[in-house]
Design a protein around this ligand. Sequence first.
Ligand SMILES: [Zn+2]
Length: 295
Amino acid sequence: MRINSQIFNKQNNIQHKQQNFEAGMTAKILNQIETADTYKISNNLAKKGIDSDFKENKTLAWCCATAVALIEKINEKFGEKMELPEAIYVDDFTKMNISSSENTSGFCNFFPTPFLYKPEEFQFSKGNAVFFNSHETDIKKAPDGIKWFYDWKNISAISDIDFATGMSTTPHFLNVILHEFAHAIHENNILKNIDVEKMQKKFVNAISKINLYNFNIKNGEILEKDVCKYAATSPFEAIACDMPKKIIKSLDDELELTSNPFAKTIYSSNASEKIPEDSKTEADKLLSKIWDGEF
Ligand SMILES: [Zn+2]
């Protein structure tokens, strides 16, 4: 799944800090990122069964470890059953031959997939894996004025732009990470009811050009209003844009959870926290179907 940055237009050369929300980022967090040990983080994730390679990117390693800890806390403290991705990788999407790689900062790989790194050189990735773009090639190629946009150290300013352009639901710097995690959570929720083969067919069918067009015509207005512009582009983006908003709303300045983000929402798997049918808004009803794989 593509995320953010798609509206960013090199010609416009959006100035750094033009949108300055800097949501969630504090001096303390900046310091923790600066001193992060990416190998130690990978070792800790391995103990939880998550394979990772951050290519020494401290910002991504720290943010992903923080997102993993948040999901674990939501499950432990509030009895939810949100599943984590099985792998988190940082890689140069240009070298992976991902289309529109310079406009793609991350995606969730639902199924085991061969990626073509060089002609005839494939590398297989397991499914349920999230990828973040190192933008290594993009940084080299970009004019000086926009190099900053490809540098994850500027995750807070980049998140501001994503929010301002309707690509995300909050300007919080963790939004971009939680978006990819939400794809994995959604996939795993659908897989509770159907097998992998059926899921694969459903996925291919849902992302066909005509079905994406029809999805937008049918649901675009409600999703743009209640979630964000990007949520209206596919059923997968609808959920991946909506879930981070709920998680981030429940975080304090120290990134501690103040309440169950999924209480009285369509996502709760805790019976006592489920949203009553008669309290559901039109958007809830639509998202509820998508969450269960009805699309
Ligand atoms: Zn996405």
